[in-house]
Design a binder for this molecule. Structure first.
Ligand SMILES: O=C(CO)COP(=O)(O)O
Length: 127
């Protein structure tokens, strides 16, 4: 049985919040397999160098789609995606496709920090 796999994604205006979220939950996250879009992953690693994070491409360059592909393959248990609802995104279609796949495959999906706290509280990492 594999470890619990969590994907971390944050839009630019939410990256500070994601770095803080990762720092607050570093212990639990360290027991999970972590995936992230490029810049989000870099920010998480910068804040929490001890975390092993598989960084994919930056979201606008295909990273959202890579996370979506992992979801479609059944390799992600939870998506924590801090969405910026106030800024237009050139890759809005990718963002929509990613959240759509989260729904299609019925994984745990948190789109804001308060829900992410709840989702993580329910996760018992397999070690
Ligand atoms: O754009 C993103 C999600 O749509 C996130 O990508 P980055 O983590 O590379 O900024």
């Amino acid at each position: 049985m594999r470890r619990t796999a969590i994907a971390l994604v944050a839009h630019d205006a939410k990256k500070d919040a994601m770095a803080e979220f990762a720092a607050t939950h570093r212990l639990k996250l360290s027991a999970c397999d972590l995936f992230a879009t490029g810049t989000t992953g870099a920010r998480v690693i910068e804040r929490c160098p001890e975390l092993q994070v598989k960084r994919l491409k930056s979201g606008p360059l295909g990273g959202d789609q890579q996370i979506g592909a992992l979801i479609a393959e059944g390799r992600i248990d939870a998506l924590i995606f801090f969405v910026d609802p106030l800024s237009p995104m050139p890759h809005d279609v990718d963002v929509k496709a990613l959240t759509r796949l989260g729904l299609v495959y019925d994984i745990a999906m948190a789109l804001n920090p308060v829900t992410a706290e709840m989702v993580l509280a329910m996760i018992e990492p397999l070690t």
